[in-house]
Design a protein around this ligand. Structure first.
Ligand SMILES: *[C@@H]1O[C@H](CO)[C@@H](O)[C@H](O)[C@H]1NC(C)=O
Ligand SMILES: *[C@@H]1O[C@H](CO)[C@@H](O)[C@H](O)[C@H]1NC(C)=O
Length: 190
């Protein structure tokens, strides 16, 4: 009997992983990119983000530990402050106020390695957006990724609560290499 239950549990587990991927492809996003928060621990989950459709670069290496720093101003629409701590890091900005391209350019000019643009609809946790260019000529060359509003809010809130200037993340995470481990995704996503 015990064996049957264990077998059932494994089947259920495989099924939920399968459903997870079906759900992602149902969103119409070709290729999501994953990152893992290492610190703070309370949000130590595997997050997914959608690369911009027609601008921005791709990651050329895997970063085991890199900082994720919230931008100031939060929307990244004007020149960013605290440039020393942004150098070579991944920058978190909020949607709104200006184009995605403008945000990514400001982050690139400040020395950021990549930009995560979180939706400003904080309770909208079901929709990825295809970020497209605003038609301006100068396209940013750093990777630009769209993050669900709820995920961005939870990351910011955790940093504020713990008075931390940044999170430590691994990006990108190769999920095929993780296939035999449980996915530890944000509980609020499910
Ligand atoms: C959620 O966000 C997506 C992308 O911005 C938008 O198309 C959709 O209408 C939003 N849904 C709700 C319920 O706000
Ligand atoms: C991701 O992991 C899979 C399985 O271990 C491996 O075959 C693949 O080459 C990896 N991809 C990259 C880009 O490292």
């Amino acid at each position: 009997m015990g064996n049957v239950c264990r077998t059932a549990a494994i089947a259920l587990c495989l099924w939920s992983v399968f459903m997870h991927f079906s759900r992602l492809s149902a969103l119409g996003v070709n290729e999501l990119l994953y990152f893992r928060v290492i610190s703070p621990e309370e949000i130590g989950y595997l997050f997914s983000a959608a690369p911009a459709k027609d601008f921005g670069g791709t990651f050329t290496s895997f970063y085991d530990e890199i900082f994720l720093v919230p931008a100031d101003p939060a929307d990244g629409c004007s020149e960013l402050t605290d440039r020393e701590i942004l150098q070579g890091q991944v920058i978190l900005v909020e949607r709104g106020g200006c184009s995605f391209v403008q945000k990514a350019r400001n982050v690139e000019e400040a020395g950021g390695k990549a930009v995560l643009i979180a939706d400003n609809a904080e309770d909208n946790d079901s929709q990825y957006l295809d970020m497209v260019t605003d038609g301006s000529t100068a396209k940013p060359s750093i990777p630009a990724l769209f993050l669900l509003g709820r995920d961005g809010m939870m990351i910011r809130r955790s940093l504020q609560r713990q008075a931390l200037p940044w999170a430590v993340i691994s990006i990108p995470v190769n999920v095929s290499a993780l296939a035999s481990f449980p996915f530890k995704q944000p509980p609020w996503t499910l």
